[in-house]
Design a protein around this ligand. Structure first.
Ligand code: ADP
Ligand code: ADP
Length: 226
């Protein structure tokens, strides 16, 4: 079945001038897909991801992760999340950072000790594991964030603008990392405002504009003229 499914999922933020951030959306992402959600800033991409993570309450509709409602703690535990513009304390090393977040997330000591070095290698930070995070480049910080998102061995990861502010070499490293995840069978949900970022790695792309899904298909479908 679907890894992720929404039915009429919608969000309007209240306030003096209500914002229709997401209009009723039906969406399905299957196992092993690398799904790209493309759209300009303000299109509603982060809102959709937060709805799917149960971090924002929908105005209407519903969403399931791995066949369970997003409010289900077990489903949430099997999902990884790299928030947009994620930041880390600069005074910890990469290794300490991963350990701290895993500890806060309730990962037991055994698993932390096994998993942290493997994850640091996976995101190619093995050589920088004992350097303070304050010395990391933007690309290294994003890769550390992805390592953090993978700590619980999720079957699904949400990456929100992972290449934002990252230089071209760093962007390529992140693309390669996403390809590794895809090869491992991890379902990836990638938010980006850049077609160039999603077209190379995503198996399917949807375009969000003013909270509405305007197009959806393979990258070939979307870039075909006409
Ligand atoms: P994107 O991730 O595509 O940049 P967002 O989901 O962040 O888009 O935002 C979609 C719309 O919802 C924007 O108009 C934004 O200003 C508005 N918005 C986002 N979060 C809030 C909030 N907490 N309260 C009110 N409006 C919000
Ligand atoms: P268990 O589920 O049995 O507790 P872990 O999830 O801790 O096992 O992982 C078992 C081993 O596989 C660990 O050494 C871990 O570092 C390694 N491992 C797990 N996932 C990955 C991955 N995506 N890439 C590389 N190594 C991994």
């Amino acid at each position: 079945g679907a890894v992720l499914r929404t039915a009429g999922l919608a969000k309007t933020y209240g306030g003096r001038t209500p914002v229709e951030a997401l209009r009723p959306l039906d969406l399905e992402v299957g196992p092993g897909e690398t799904f790209g959600l493309l759209g300009p800033n303000g299109a509603g991409k982060t809102t959709l991801v937060k709805l799917l993570l149960g971090l924002v309450r929908p105005t209407a509709g519903e969403a399931t992760l791995l066949g369970r409602p997003v409010s289900d703690a077990d489903a949430r535990r099997e999902v990884g999340y790299l928030p947009e513009g994620h930041r880390f304390p600069p005074f910890l090393t990469g290794r300490e950072t991963l350990d701290l977040f895993a500890r806060v997330g309730g990962v037991d000591a055994d698993r932390r000790a096994r998993r942290a070095p493997a994850l640091l290698d996976l995101v190619r930070l093995g050589g920088a594991a004992d350097r303070k995070v304050g010395t990391y480049s933007k690309g290294m910080l994003q890769r550390l964030g992805i390592a953090q998102a993978l700590m619980n061995r999720p079957r699904l990861v949400f990456l929100d603008e992972p290449t934002d502010g990252v230089d071209p070499v760093g962007r390529r490293e992140i693309r390669e990392l996403i390809e590794t995840l895809r090869d491992d069978g991890v379902t990836v949900f990638l938010n980006s405002h850049l077609l160039s970022e999603v077209e190379r790695v995503c198996t399917r792309v949807a375009i969000l504009k003013d909270g509405a899904l305007v197009r959806e298909g393979t990258v070939d479908d979307l870039t075909r003229v006409g």
